[in-house]
Design a protein around this ligand. Sequence first.
Ligand code: PLP
Length: 357
Amino acid sequence: MTGYNFAAGPAVLPRPVLKKVQAELLNYHDTQMSILEISHRSALFDEIYTAAKERVLKLLKLASDDYDVLFLQGGGTLQFAMVPLNLAVNHHRVAYANTGHWSTRAIAEAKRIPGLQVDEVTNAGPDFTTIPEVPALAAGKYDYLHITTNNTIHGTAYQDLPVTDVPLVGDLSSNFLGQVYDFTKFDLLYAGAQKNLAPAGLTIVVVKRELLNKESNLPSMLNYPALAKKNSTLNTPPVFQIYVANLVLQWLDEQGGVAAAEEQNKRKSALIYDFLDNSKLFTNKVVPDARSLTNIPFTTGKEELDQQFIAAANQAGLLNLKGHRSVGGMRASLYNAMPYAGAVALRDFMAKFEQEH
Ligand SMILES: *Cc1c(COP(=O)(O)O)cnc(C)c1O
């Protein structure tokens, strides 16, 4: 029996993809080798890399003349440093919208960079249950505005991107390819793969080509132009992760792309939110127009009862519903690979638990 994995990350992957990985694991495309053994300097890998890159651009509706895609390591967290190192080179001043734990981490990393002025232009704390409007920022004063499109821990998300005269950078880790935005508004967006795309060990960076034309003296592994010039293979890339990402991208494309994924994520999350809104036991504190499609925190308000719920759900095959340690309670992550039936099973289980308590 297989359970439904509601973990926030590493997270559920599409079953058809896992089955394909299993089927071709020992002998990749008649090479008599496993994908785990093939060289990143092989034509086989080139093919996977090119296909994955083209699929990311297609799914985001971005032109390859305008944007490049990098497949890097170091997680979303390394991007917290690479973004300012590479982009904060004209005004040495950057703006951050602080909408939660991961924005706070991004700000803290930027502040470690000598000579950089980091302005927190909004702060949704301490509860982080809303997405405040970003104030107008003077063009020519900031190198970029950084936002976190979906706040994995607090369960909030931007419904529309802020309108700004400053280059826009986004951490899309937890709703990458799961929610539609006008991606052409971004100068750069990034996402750790382990939330909605692939196993941990891979980070996607989508960046405007004009930002890659400049020479930079940064160490090469931190240097977007240097990495882009070598197709992200300055050193050995995570071949297996890129291979799985490519299969997930193909699967998503076959499902109808980001718009279809968003539709499905809306259906799944609406089931849970509707239940929560009418529940006498469970609550979710997020302001309705800031609700995330992919991460839903909720609680009974009683720690003991929350723990009882998590244990009972686990028994019933509804796995990893424990909330992040900083907020407690429960959290259901409903990424692209979570089937509708998983959301139904969770809703039904919550209803049964409510009746019994
Ligand atoms: C998980 C997460 C990160 C951190 O990702 P790592 O790959 O673990 O470094 C950053 N931002 C957001 C929004 C996340 O959800």
